[in-house]
Design a protein around this ligand. Structure first.
Ligand code: UDP
Ligand code: MG
Length: 319
């Protein structure tokens, strides 16, 4: 029997690009009849005509299936929904805005056939991205790499092909605050990179702004390392030692040397400095506490409003 490849596409307000995306993917899938394809759209609570267009496309092409989430849950969660519902022996995660060239899927499949479980696309350049975005992302990766023990792939997005065993593994990870890029690394398995140059968005706007990116960065750090907690302990220790030494200096100065008590400026700067450090440490603890709080609620990670699949396809039981 032919192997099934699921092409999984999280979409959020992509009415401008989705038809063009489909026709590019359709071209790619038509190049071979060695595989069956399923094109699974995860509609992440779009408020434009995205879902209507998907439904229309589905009328003419029954390889298309879709999940309609009850609201916008964010790409990370949309991808989990996609993992849960995809049926393929391998799943390709791809963005709808054609920043990830669908033509690369072939190279991915051929590596997969050679026995790789996670074939990820690595960007060789980032067209149309600002200097600020590039340098902040670089700094973030450097920080993450220094503080975690698992190897994190730099310059790779979510565009990749995953074997069924990776998908089953990812489905077991039900964290609601997800940093999927890190999870891919956490999984391990046999990885292979393919290089590509990332195009500009076809139309529409990126859904990421700096606040969202900053939050994702915090997500990445707090879900993969407890290093910040350690850092605040170290900082505390260091400052305590400093304070202890300074205390002796003051005692000797006043008791032995008989200098008069110096006043307001030094006192104020110590108070402000310590206050700042304390708040920072509290904030760090708070980040982790917040995560614990959110995970202990054990809410379902996402809710599905509607699911329409391709009934002819074989369903993989959860292994
Ligand atoms: N996306 C999503 N939910 C969101 C935001 C984005 O499913 O809340 C989808 C979006 O439709 C696109 C992909 O995730 O297919 C990547 O989004 P975008 O192009 O905005 O991110 P960028 O390429 O700028 O990192
Ligand atoms: Mg994009």
């Amino acid at each position: 029997m032919k192997k099934l490849i699921t092409i999984m596409v999280p979409v959020y307000n992509e009415e401008q690009v989705i038809e063009e995306f489909y026709s590019r993917v359709n071209e790619v899938t038509k190049r071979t009849d060695e595989y069956n394809f399923e094109i699974l759209f995860v509609n992440d609570g779009s408020i434009d005509k995205t879902l209507a267009i998907i439904k229309k496309l589905r009328n003419s092409d029954h390889r298309i299936s879709y999940i309609d989430l009850s609201r916008n849950f964010g790409k990370e969660v949309a991808m989990l929904a996609g993992f849960d519902y995809s049926k393929g022996d391998a799943v390709v995660i791809i963005d709808a805005d054609l920043q990830d060239p669908p033509e690369l899927i072939y190279d991915m499949i051929s590596y997969w056939e050679q026995g790789y479980d996670d074939v990820y696309a690595k960007r060789i350049d980032r067209q149309g991205e600002t200097w600020l975005k590039k340098s902040t992302s670089k700094a973030f990766y450097r920080l993450l790499k220094k503080t975690t023990t698992i190897p994190i792939q730099q310059d790779t997005g979510d565009f990749r092909l995953l074997d069924r065993r990776c998908i089953n593994a990812l489905r077991q990870i039900r964290e609601s605050q997800r940093y999927t890029k890190g999870l891919f690394s956490w999984l391990g398995f046999k990885k292979k990179e393919v290089l590509f140059s990332r195009d500009q968005r076809l139309a529409g706007n990126t859904k990421w702004n700096y606040t969202k990116l900053f939050n994702l960065a915090i997500e990445g750090i707090t879900s993969f390392t407890t290093y910040p907690l350690k850092l605040s302990s170290y900082l505390g220790l260091l400052i305590s030692i400093g304070a202890f030494i300074y205390m002796f200096v003051i005692i000797i100065k006043t008791l032995v040397l008989g200098e008069s008590v110096s006043g307001y400026p030094s006192l104020m700067s110590v108070i402000l400095f310590l206050g700042g450090i304390q708040l920072l440490s509290l904030g760090i603890i708070g980040e982790y506490l917040g995560r614990i709080f959110n995970e202990t609620k054990k809410r379902p990670v996402y809710l599905v409003q509607e699911y329409n699949d391709n009934k002819d396809l074989v369903v993989h039981e959860n292994e």
